[in-house]
Design a binder for this molecule. Structure first.
Ligand code: UT7
Length: 328
């Protein structure tokens, strides 16, 4: 077994459902306006999965595209991680369902449930297995069907979320790859965003349904403050051990919760806004899938060049956070 290999992203793919729900559409559903949503969040539209299209379907499509991009097949994969808070069901893990759907071998497959930081946690875990030489190729997939846990009568939350998936194939690389990883969590603030019912604390009952407890509940204003500070701090924690200054980072690929959060993070980091990749306008907040889809699109648009250092930076429910520096 070889040890201390460098781990890189060698293939990427995304899948977004076809249906577009615009702010104008939402104006007909709840008491809101395109102007409020645009100025407060930066979101113009989001994608919504079909009723019969579940998280593992989107994850599978993204995984197949990432495999193709890597020039590999499912048989080459040694580990499957799915980051999601909207699994098809509690168990089996969505990663196991994806294993079957893509036709992978009986390799380890599990889900990571850390909300919006899930893609970064997944990359961090896969990095450990690959750099230690335990496995050669891993699939890290972030997939969410947030529309399934969104209260479509609550204007405070329903304008924010969307569905989508993206996947990365990780493998050993000669140069560059993942340079540093920083993860964190703070369970004390877990009440700020949560799905109260459906677990062992409040199992599904007629009462839990009538009380609307199977939908995302969120204290947006409090989360906003935490997000700005934590994302800026996490960026610093991931870059400092490498001796990097903000200027050494060519592009930040952040979790996309709110354009105002990201402008404030840029300011704290001393970065110009153009160094923060944004696609929230098209997709809203897709939890774990947000930073993953952003990475796929940034690469596709040629925003990331070989040899450049990029920073993935996310924050979400838990609370959880994570930042990763990658040399492309
Ligand atoms: O994914 C990681 C976790 N999530 C986040 O990090 C989200 C962080 N939070 C946010 O992005 C923002 O706090 C929100 C976008 C959720 C809300 O923006 P805000 O500027 O903090 O607004 P607010 O919650 O303070 O609400 C301001 C007003 C309220 O009215 P009153 O009480 O001042 O009369 C709300 O009722 O805006 C009202 N409001 C709306 N009005 C029109 C809330 N939602 C809407 C809406 N349309 N959709």
């Amino acid at each position: 077994m070889c040890t201390n290999k460098k781990t890189g992203i060698i293939g990427l793919g995304a899948y977004l459902p076809e249906k577009v729900l615009t702010n104008k559409d939402l104006e007909k559903m709840v008491d809101t306006t395109d102007e409020w949503i645009t100025t407060r969040t930066g979101i113009k539209e989001r994608r919504i999965a079909r009723q019969d299209e579940v998280t593992s379907d989107m994850a599978t499509e993204a995984a197949n595209r990432a495999l193709k991009d890597a020039g590999l097949t499912a048989a080459d994969i040694d580990l499957i991680i799915v980051a999601t808070i909207t699994p098809d069901m509690f168990f089996p893990a969505t990663a196991c369902l994806v294993q079957e759907k893509i036709g992978a071998r009986t390799v380890p497959a599990f889900d990571v449930s850390v909300a919006c930081s899930g893609f970064i946690y997944g990359l961090a875990i896969a990095n450990q297995f690959i750099s230690s030489g335990t496995y050669k190729h891993a699939l890290v997939i972030a997939a969410e069907k947030l529309s399934a846990i969104t209260d479509w009568t609550d204007r405070n939350t329903c304008v924010l979320f969307g569905d989508g998936a993206a996947a990365a194939v990780l493998g050993p690389v000669e140069k560059g790859g993942i340079l540093s990883v920083y993860l964190g969590a703070n369970g004390k603030e877990g009440d700020l965003i949560k799905l109260p019912a459906g677990g062992s604390r409040i199992p599904a009952t007629r009462k839990s349904i009538e009380s609307n407890l199977h939908f995302i509940k969120m204290n947006g204003a409090e989360l906003f403050k935490h997000a700005v500070k934590i994302m800026a701090d996490a960026a610093l924690e991931a870059t400092r051990p490498l001796g990097l200054q903000a200027d050494d980072i060519s592009l930040v690929i952040p979790h996309q919760a709110n354009v105002r959060i990201l402008n404030a993070v840029a300011k704290r980091m001393g970065l110009t806004k153009d160094k923060i990749y944004l696609n929230i306008e098209k997709y809203g907040n897709m939890s774990a899938a947000s930073s993953a889809v952003a990475l796929v699109e940034a690469v596709k648009e040629g925003r990331i060049k070989k040899g450049q250092k990029i920073l993935l930076d996310a924050f979400g429910g838990g609370l959880t956070w994570g930042a990763i520096v990658i040399e492309w």
